[in-house]
Design a protein around this ligand. Structure first.
Ligand code: ARG
Length: 665
C-alpha cells in the first residue's frame, strides 16, 4: 500500500472539480508526510494557493474540500489548522490492517507499477585497457541500483555495459606492444603489462606534447610579463573611473601571467619526469612521433589491418576478464556488453542516413549535424574519414530502438559529458527516435579529504580493486573491534569475521556513493562510510543483525512466526498500541513512497534516506518497547512481527542498492 498515492487518489476528483484539470498534479504534490506528529500523519497545503487563485479564504476552501472528499475509511481525523493546512490522521485500525497486509506480502507492501515500460540502462561502460578508477564505481553502483529498483517495480529492464573497446587507447597499447612489451611480464600477467604499456605510451605522448608547446608557452609568458610591466607604468589619470579600469586591467594581466606560469610549471614537470629517467628519456628520443603513430595504429585497426586486428582480439578478452573480476566482487551483472566495437560496421550507414535525411552537411571536410539549440555542430565523421564517439552512440540508439522497442534509455555517465548527451538526444530526436525518452543520469566527482579528485595510488594497476581491498580490510577492523567489545566476550570466529567484513566493506563503498545526491561531489572517507552510527550501510546492516539477534536470543523460529501471523488468528498479528509502534509501522509502509521518489529523478539517495529514517524509528521503538520481555503474549508476538517486517524491509531496500546483509555482526 502506498498511503500517499492512496490519499492523492482520494483527493484527485475533488481538486479537479475545484481547480479545473489543468494542474491537479501540482496540487496533489502538496500532500506530504507531516513533519511533526502534532500535525497528524499527512498534511495537505493546497488550500493556500487555491484560495489565492479563486479569491477565497483558504480556510473556507479547505473546509469545502474536506466536506467533499471521502477519506472516512482511512482517516480518523481531518483537521484545518493555521491559515488553511489540512492535517490528516490515519485510522489506527486501517493502518494496522495495512501493516499486517505488508507482513503477509513477499513484496513487503509495494505494488507493481500499472504501466510498465521498457528501459535500457547504459552504465559502468569503462574504457577497457585503461586501469579502472574510482569514477567507475559511481556509474556502476548507481546504474546497478536503478536497474534493480526498476525491475522490482515491474519494468522491463535491459542493462548494457557500453564498453569503450574501440577507441584511441587501443592504438596506444598496440603501439606500446609493438615497441616496448616485456614478454615475460606479459606472459605472467597480460593486463598488468598492457596497463603499463598504456601508461608508458601516454607518458611519452604527453612528454612530446609538452615539449612542443613549451616554446610557445614561454613566449606567452614573456608577452604577458611585458604587458604587466606596461600596465604598471601607466600614470594615474586622476579620473576615478578611468583609473579603476586601469587597475582592473592590471589585475587581469597579473592573473593571466600567473596562469601561464603555472602552465609552464606543469609542462616542465611532465618533461622532467621523463628526462630524469634515462630509460624513459631514451624511449622519448627514439619515438618523437609517437602521438601521430599511435593514432595511425587506431586507424589501421579500424580499417581492418590484420596484425592490429589480431592484437586487439588477443587483448580484449584479457581486459574483459579483468573487469569481470571487479564486477563479480561488486555483484554486478549485465544483460549485454556490446561495447563500441560492435557498432563499427554500422557507422557508414549512420552517416549516409543522416545525409539522406538532410541532417548531416559537410563543413571543412567533416560531416556535421547542425542544430539550432547549439553553437557548435555534432561532428559525426572527421575529414580523414574517422568516426567519432558520437557516431557510435547514434548507431547504438538505432540498434536499441530496433532490437528492443525501448521506451526510455538512461545513461549513467559523469557530468563532464553532459554536452555530448544533450547533443546526442537532440540529434536522435530529429533523426530516428522521436518517441524514446532519454536521460543523462549525471553524477559528480569523488573527492579526497583535501577536496581534490580522488586518485587511486598512481602506478597501481589494480587501482579499483585496491580500493575495495582496503575497504574490506578496514571493515575487518571495525567488525573485530565491535565483536571484542561484546559484554559476554566475542561471538565470531575468524571465518565469520572475514565473511562479515566482505559484506560490510563492499556495502560501505556502495552505500557511501549512493547516499549522496548523485549530482554533487562527495568526499571519499573510509572512516565515515563505516561508522556504526549514522547514514551508513554499516548502521543499516547492524539494524538488520539486531533483529536477527533478538530472534536468536528468544529462540524464535522466523518461519513459524510468519506462518502464525498469516493463519488469520488475530492474536498472532501486529497490533499498534504504543506510539513508537505506530510510528514504526507508518515508516515501514512508506517504503513504496521512497521508491516512487527514487524514480522521480533517478536518485537512489531517496532510498538511503528512507532506510536511515526507518532504522532510526526502529531504534526508538526498540528503546521504548520491550520485545522478548513484553508482558502480554499478544504484544510479544506483535512486536516480534514488527521486528521481522522491519528487518525484511531493510534487507530488501539494501538489496535494491546491491548491498547484502548478515545475521550477526
Ligand atoms: N566509455 C565512456 C567513458 O569512459 C563512457 C560511455 C558511456 N556510454 C555511452 N553510451 N556513451 O567516458
Amino acid at each position: 500500500m502506498n498511503i500517499l498515492a492512496e490519499l492523492k487518489n482520494r483527493f484527485h476528483d475533488v481538486l479537479a472539480e475545484i481547480a479545473g484539470d489543468s494542474d491537479v498534479q501540482s496540487l496533489l504534490d502538496m500532500i506530504k508526510p507531516a513533519q511533526d506528529a502534532r500535525f497528524g500523519d499527512y498534511q495537505a497545503n493546497f488550500a493556500m494557493p487555491l484560495g489565492k487563485r479563486l479569491g477565497q479564504a483558504p480556510r473556507d476552501i479547505a473546509a469545502q474540500i474536506i466536506e467533499q472528499v471521502s477519506v472516512d475509511d482511512i482517516c480518523s481525523q481531518t483537521e484545518i489548522a493555521g491559515p488553511g493546512f489540512i492535517n490528516l490522521t490515519l485510522c489506527s485500525h486501517w493502518l494496522t490492517e495495512q501493516v499486517n497486509a505488508a507482513a503477509g506480502d513477499p513484496r513487503v507492501g509495494v505494488a507493481k507499477i500499472g504501466d510498465p515500460k521498457t528501459f535500457v540502462l547504459d552504465y559502468s561502460s569503462p574504457n577497457v585497457a585503461k586501469p579502472m578508477h574510482v569514477g567507475h564505481i559511481r556509474s556502476t553502483v548507481i546504474g546497478d541500483s536503478l536497474a534493480r529498483s526498476l525491475r522490482f517495480l515491474g519494468h522491463q529492464v535491459i542493462t548494457d555495459n557500453h564498453l569503450g573497446d574501440w577507441g584511441t587507447q587501443f592504438g596506444m597499447i598496440i603501439y606500446g606492444y609493438k615497441h616496448f612489451v616485456d614478454q615475460d611480464a606479459y606472459q605472467q600477467h597480460e593486463v598488468n603489462e598492457l596497463s603499463r604499456l598504456y601508461r608508458l605510451v601516454n607518458q611519452l605522448i604527453e612528454f612530446w606534447k609538452s615539449k612542443n608547446s613549451l616554446e610557445m608557452q614561454q613566449q606567452e609568458v614573456e608577452h604577458r610579463e611585458a604587458e604587466v610591466v606596461r600596465l604598471e607604468q601607466v600614470e594615474p589619470t586622476g579620473d576615478k573611473k578611468e583609473d579603476k579600469k586601469q587597475a582592473k586591467a592590471l589585475g587581469r594581466a597579473k592573473d593571466q601571467l600567473s596562469q601561464s606560469r603555472k602552465t609552464i610549471a606543469s609542462l616542465q614537470a611532465t618533461i622532467a619526469a621523463v628526462e630524469s629517467d634515462s630509460q624513459l628519456h631514451e624511449y622519448a628520443q627514439q619515438h618523437p612521433e609517437i602521438a601521430r603513430h599511435a593514432l595511425l595504429e587506431t586507424a589501421r585497426l579500424h580499417e581492418g589491418d590484420e596484425t592490429n586486428r589480431q592484437l586487439w582480439e588477443q587483448f580484449l578478452p584479457k581486459c574483459r576478464e579483468e573487469m569481470q573480476r571487479v564486477y563479480r566482487r561488486l555483484n554486478v551483472e549485465f544483460d549485454h556488453e556490446y561495447g563500441e566495437s560492435y557498432y563499427h560496421e554500422m557507422l557508414p550507414g549512420v552517416v549516409a542516413d543522416l545525409q539522406q535525411a538532410g541532417l548531416a552537411t559537410e563543413s571543412e571536410g567533416a560531416q556535421c549535424v547542425f542544430l539550432d539549440e547549439f553553437e557548435t555542430p555534432m561532428i559525426i565523421q572527421k575529414s580523414d574519414g574517422a568516426y567519432l564517439y558520437a557516431t557510435t552512440d547514434l548507431a547504438t540508439i538505432e540498434y536499441r530502438r530496433k532490437q528492443w522497442d525501448v521506451d526510455e534509455i538512461l545513461y549513467v555517465v559523469d557530468h563532464r559529458q553532459s554536452e555530448h548527451f544533450q547533443k546526442l538526444f537532440a540529434v536522435a530526436r530529429v533523426w530516428n527516435a522521436p518517441d524514446i525518452e532519454m536521460h543523462h543520469i549525471s553524477f559528480g566527482t569523488v573527492l579526497d579529504e583535501s577536496g581534490r579528485p580522488y586518485k587511486t595510488r598512481s602506478g597501481d594497476a589494480v587501482g579499483l580493486e585496491g580500493l575495495l581491498d582496503e575497504a574490506v580490510s578496514k571493515a575487518l577492523e571495525v567488525v573485530s573491534a565491535n565483536d571484542d567489545r561484546k559484554p559476554n566476550g566475542p561471538e565470531l570466529d575468524e571465518a565469520a569475521r572475514h565473511h562479515i567484513a566482505d559484506v560490510v566493506g563492499h556495502g560501505a563503498i556502495k552505500y557511501a556513493d549512493l547516499s549522496h545526491n548523485r549530482t554533487s561531489d562527495y568526499v571519499f572517507s573510509y572512516d565515515k562510510m563505516m561508522a556504526l552510527e549514522g547514514n551508513t550501510a554499516t548502521y543499516m546492516q547492524y539494524s538488520y543483525a539486531r533483529v536477527q539477534s533478538i530472534f536468536r536470543k528468544g529462540g524464535i523460529d522466523v518461519e513459524s512466526l510468519r506462518e502464525a501471523s498469516q493463519s488469520s488468528q488475530s492474536s498472532q498479528s501486529i497490533v499498534l498500541a504504543h506510539d513508537a509502534e505506530r510510528g514504526l509501522a507508518k515508516m515501514i509502509l512508506r517504503y513504496s513512497e521512497a521508491l516512487e521518489n527514487v524514480m522521480e529523478d533517478y536518485r537512489p539517495n531517496q532510498l538511503t534516506n528512507y532506510l536511515f529514517d526507518l532504522a532510526k524509528r526502529f531504534s526508538s521503538f526498540f528503546e521504548q518497547c520491550p520485545v522478548l520481555k513484553a508482558e502480554e503474549d499478544t504484544t510479544r508476538q506483535s512486536r516480534l512481527q514488527l521486528c521481522d517486517l522491519t528487518g525484511r524491509v531493510i534487507a530488501h531496500g539494501l538489496s535494491l542498492l546491491g548491498i547484502g546483509v548478515v545475521d550477526q555482526m
